[in-house]
Ligand binder design. Sequence first.
Ligand code: GRF
Length: 215
Amino acid sequence: MMMMPTFVHAKKKTLAVLISGGGSNLKALYNAIENGLLTDTEISLVVSDKANAKGLEWAFSQGLKTLVVSPAMCKQLEVDFEAVLLNALEEHAIDVVVLAGFLRIFKGDVLTAYEGSIVNIHPSLLPAYGGKGMYGNHVHEAVLANQESHTGCTVHLVTANVDEGDVLGQTQVPVLPTDTTETLAQRVLEQEHQLYAQVLQRWLPTIAPKVPSFV
Ligand code: GRF
């Protein structure tokens, strides 16, 4: 009798973490895996669009696989940035794309191939303070200018519309009367580090692997 292959959804989810800068969320995810807070998950690839991203250096020092996909180089070679990135994601059998301070917006191949399996973290309570131009300290400056009593952070699915995908989790952070952009950014970032791992721990098991394993 011929044995039919059985799909095993319990295999470790393979993540590509995409960064452009400091990579503190990448470090938090790495630590969550190391400490058993984020289970059945591995960071299989760290990609940066900037060769000098601090987080890339750190990832390399931890023995993680790292890759730079330079938009300028792609342009010079007349190859599509997302096509090159998608090729790398497929080569490393990536299940889920985790944006962690990655400053490029997906419009093409990656979005199509990984629809529903790309997540991002944003330093506000979306839909508030999201969309084009709302990144980094611009978000916290706007929150302070509007004298909000609360802000926070959001983990959400990535779609073609910037910061508008389904919300997977949020944490509120109070705005203090003494807050500056820097103190507020720091307190929000601390919450991001916890939220990302918590959301992924809950959400990753609901995602079918891109490359199913057989027994
Ligand atoms: C975080 O504030 C995140 O919300 C935003 O970019 C920042 C990345 O910080 N998308 P880091 O590089 O993880 O330290």
